[in-house]
Write a protein that binds this ligand. Sequence first.
Ligand code: UD1
Length: 410
Amino acid sequence: MKVIIVVGARPNFMKAAPILRAIADANNHGAAIKPVLVHTGQHYDTVMSDAFFTDLSLPKPDVHLGIGSASHAIQTAKIMRQFEGVLEDQRPDVVIVVGDVNSTVACALVTAKVSFDAQGSRPLLAHVEAGLRSFDRTMPEECNRIVTDHLSDLLFVTEESGLHNLSHEGIPPDRVFLVGNTMIDSLLSCEQRAEQSSILDDLKLAPSMGDGSSNTKPYLLLTLHRPANVDNHDAFIEILEGLKGAADGQAIIFPAHPRTQKKIQQHKLDSYFSLRTSSPQKERGGNGVTTIDPLGYLDFLCLMKHAALVVTDSGGIQEETTCLGVPCVTVRNNTERPITLTAGTNVLGGTQRDTIRAAIRHQLQRTHHRSFPERWDGKAGARIVEILVEQQLGRNVDFQNPVPAVYALT
Ligand code: UD1
């Protein structure tokens, strides 16, 4: 079985790595699966891409499309044009797309429509992280999720809400599998190594659960990059005002996405931030928000694990903080990951200064408590590979209860 796995943007890498590892495990137990890693190049900076390959021990991509940045239409179209050639060359049995970025939907569209012969045969299309819905179609990711799910033959779901959403949308249940969360597979497998990171020392920060005996300080961690939050000048200011005074004097460390860094310049918002420097601890001031460049996976995981609180508009970070037990304020009015609100440490802080400030104050009182939703146990990648093998062999899978792989291929 030849399996293409598509990655393109930062949040894809940690979702794909456990699947590649599970394929290698399956092959060690007698399977014969050939993985082909395709990187679209949607994210291309060292800090947004290469660093993750190193930290997650991902192999060098077999194919790199080198697409880069462009408008949504152009980026999606460029990926589609090139990916069609990749499918013709590789003729895989399965294409796996992960998450909800433009690379995901572009490759899903091509796979669903390609035809290898007069019978119209094509690869199976599998979507990892299927079924999530914010019900907000102004988010590009929501459009990408809906289209990808409706084109997919196999839908791998992370949380129960995904099963309900797909059922309401009429997706046949025999295509849908609650397998857990491959992003959490990565977190669990990298957590110990992340503890070796020197990032806290480098930034002179203390773990929030530390004994407070050193000259270092607890801190909040901030990430913002959603177009709705940072592209609009007034919306961005509203969030920055919400942060003012809410952190109880603690530093706010802000590894800023390239999109956000550009917007800070464009909107002339520098006065809200401390100067960028390799020693941000010396530069805190004003609002107490210190920007640094985006971090690699292990450094970021370490910083997230030891933060007093995380403020974010990312999807994946809501899930990661839930499993790390770190209180999280999501600067949005909705989330496609409701399990993080009901079972985890996440609250919606909205996008107005007052609601954000209130949510931060509330969350700073909260105790740290790790929680792991159903099947977020480090075995999602193995479940996915087992299901692919079973499908390839034409066997029925018990989709309600796909168990970790035995890899018996007789
Ligand atoms: C994309 C995803 C989003 C995901 C985010 C994580 C879509 C629709 N959005 O948003 O779901 O949460 O990635 O990072 O696919 N840029 C660089 N260097 C890079 C990559 C991007 O400077 O390596 C700049 C681009 O020039 C552009 C901006 O970042 O100005 C946007 O990049 P793009 O990949 O189109 O979308 P993201 O905002 O990163």
